[in-house]
Design a protein around this ligand. Structure first.
Ligand code: MEV
Length: 325
């Protein structure tokens, strides 16, 4: 018994709308061309085996009946709970061995947990010949993320499943591909890993303490996302840059930026970027800038001189897919 499948899913970058998207507002997210890949092999014993060296999981093993029980190491959580949720809906009489590898570090904020969740569900559906639509993959993946984190909009799962650049509303209420071609995006990593749940909870506390102001911020962000959607449709990068700057100001009002992010953002703007903002939860991870291809090198150098690491990625990557094993 060695039926196996190898799949991969892209990482993501939030372009517009972070935080507000947790509260029913729209966002724009793109899939990046750095992928997490996952090989799943059927086992005759009803056990789950996992090797995910990039998150320090080596020879992890559990009986299927114990999935979700006991202490689960951080690096195994999303795959184990995804497996449990899948098997609850689709019981099988076999076990599975999972091995992952990633082209990007889990610390970048590219959504490695989401990509791993999506890959797990997709691989299991292929392995056990269970036809799942993209919506069904999203539903099971989103349940998994909420089971673990309790919070989150699910935008990162949509990027991993659908790929491309998408207009996304909380919980997958709307998932609409945007006609975006090559985008002159520059990505700078602060070197600091942000904890999304902590930042989402911090914004929630702000919302409770100061509902009028924070609701106002969310409404402004929604407006910017809608304008950005139009600007993307026209490939008007100058306009998109301007909207990025405005989105960043709104994020600063809810205090999710950081000194390192501010330094990299201001360096990119001074080097001639159309605009720049943080991407994701804030507090660290990555910033993004948009600048003409002709001055790309200057912007990259400015980000590096300000202490950032430039991550060279392309946007609009393909969603989850089968790879040659
Ligand atoms: C985190 O990358 C983006 C947030 O909007 C959270 C989410 O949408 O799940 C802060």
């Amino acid at each position: 018994m060695d039926k196996k499948v190898r799949v991969s899913a892209p990482g993501k970058l939030m372009l517009f709308g972070e935080h507000a998207v947790v509260y029913g507002k729209p966002s724009i997210v793109t899939a990046v061309n750095q992928r997490l890949s996952l090989k799943a092999t059927v086992l005759k014993d009803m056990v789950f085996e996992l090797n995910a060296p990039e998150v320090e999981i080596i020879n992890y093993e559990k009986n299927l009946v114990d999935l979700g029980q006991g202490v689960i190491p951080k690096g195994a959580k999303f795959i184990e709970i995804a497996l449990m949720n899948f098997f609850k809906k689709n019981p099988v009489k076999y076990g599975v061995r999972i091995e992952t590898s990633s082209e990007f570090k889990a610390t970048f904020g590219f959504g490695s947990s989401s990509a791993a969740t999506v890959c797990t569900i997709y691989a299991l559906s292929k392995l056990f010949d269970i036809n799942l639509t993209k919506e069904e993959i999203f539903k099971l993946s989103y349940k998994t993320v909420l089971d673990i984190q309790g919070v989150g909009s699910g935008f990162d799962l949509a990027a991993a499943i659908y790929g491309g650049t998408i207009f996304f509303v909380t919980g997958g209420k709307v998932i609409k591909p945007l006609p975006v071609k090559s985008t002159p995006l520059i990505v700078g990593y602060t070197g600091i890993k942000a904890d999304t749940t902590t930042l989402v909870n911090k914004v929630n506390k702000k919302l409770q303490d100061n509902p009028k102001e924070v609701t106002g911020v969310f409404a402004s962000i929604e407006h910017l996302v809608l304008l950005a959607q139009k600007a993307f449709e026209k490939a008007d990068f100058e306009k998109i840059g301007e909207l990025m700057n405005l989105n960043q100001s709104e994020l600063e009002r809810i205090d999710v930026s950081s000194k390192q992010l501010d330094n990299l953002i201001s360096a990119a703007r001074k080097a001639g970027a159309y605009g720049a903002k943080l991407s994701g939860a804030g507090g660290g991870d990555c910033m993004i800038a948009l600048g003409d291809f002709s001055i790309r090198k200057n912007i990259e150098r400015a980000i590096e001189d300000a202490g950032g690491q430039v991550l060279r990625v392309d946007v609009n990557a393909e969603g989850v897919k089968i790879e040659k094993s």
